[in-house]
Design a binder for this molecule. Sequence first.
Ligand SMILES: CSC[C@H]1O[C@@H](n2cnc3c(O)ncnc32)[C@H](O)[C@@H]1O
Ligand SMILES: [Zn+2]
Length: 427
Amino acid sequence: MTEQPGRPKYYRGAVAISGDRIALVSDSPQRIERYERERGEGLQVADGAGRLVMPGLINLHNHVSMTLMRGYADDLPLMPWLTEKIWPFEAKLDGDDIYSGAELGIAEMLLGGTTAFVDMYWYADRVAEAAIRSGIRAVVSPAFVGTAFDGYVERTQRMIERYNGAAGDRIRVWVAPHAPYTCTPEQIRESLKLCERNGVGVNIHVAETLSEVETIRERYGKTPVEHLRDLGVFDYRALAVHCVHLTETDMEILSRQGVSVVYNPQSNMKLASGIAPVARLLERGANVGIGTDGPSSNNDLDMWDEMRTGSFLQKVATGDPCVLPAYEVLRMATTRAADAIGMKGEIGVLAEGARADLIVLNLDKPHLTPCHDLVANLVYCAKPSDVETVMVDGRIVVRQGALANGDFGAIRREVERRLGVLQRRGE
Ligand SMILES: CSC[C@H]1O[C@@H](n2cnc3c(O)ncnc32)[C@H](O)[C@@H]1O
Ligand SMILES: [Zn+2]
């Protein structure tokens, strides 16, 4: 799939790779073969073989280690879900548990064609380690809430020095105050000094539920977006996660200040938080990407399903089947997401000189047949199991549907062993 002004154009040709970059994109297999013979590596996807090469998908919001809590706490609204189930469970986790949960979630993402993700969680250094080992690209963000801010700035500074730009710049580190209702204004301001000092971005849950909007109104007399704007959060590269309940003024602030909004349709549906006004945000010129949120509120990390649901939900919410068409949703999961994390033109595109974060799909499937419009088939019909090959930074990380740098059986056994220990510890 090559990006052109206006509509992205799908692509069924071949790509040659040189180091971590796309060296050549061509619909002539002979041209790629010649390049390969003369220069080195390549990734052949012959036209007519029922295969498609396209940019990997980018998951803009995750708490990947929450795979450990998949199916543990369902059918609850946000606050009881967090306070009665998730936070008590998380209090028992150590860094090794978080590493193990991250390995599982990363395996799920890579096998399904997600080549980059943004994460916020506890023990984020262990998430970084799991990402480095697996070969995936990640923005990892050490998180804090008001009750656990002591030492955050020093810890995060050390983590930035160690991991920001690690693994050939595959790993970046951002700052993550959890939300305006769990962090004090002083703490948020203090954490932003890390952005100032290190040139890193910030991500935060914003306006997820009506109860959050009421709480912030009672405490500060403002909307959550106005509150964060006044604290200076949007003076840095920022991801505003959720943005379900926004005023017209909020939307104006987000688009004017160049804040990227992260739409998490399935998590918002499952927790009955509401429906983000994505179509209106896009109309106002805001950048919007897509995230799954953590695998305990979704409950999977399937970006294909997220795109499809995200599009359908906007059609229902607006009563207009024309909003959020397939091309726009695919852009949100690729080029718009790349822009959100400061990697515009580097990832999310199939273009010469861009980083080689690519996936190859097998289109020879009943649910992808016939093919009147390839992008519509991708967004409305494709599944993780259609992904055969995944490459990040020019390195194969999934080959013939299996992890290249890990063993899913071993990852699963370790997660199950740890959950057994956690259960016994809780008794
Ligand atoms: C600060 S990130 C880790 C923290 O956030 C919790 N969490 C997971 N999903 C959500 C969500 O949708 N809204 C608010 N908080 C969420 C997670 O369990 C961790 O405690
Ligand atoms: Zn979240």
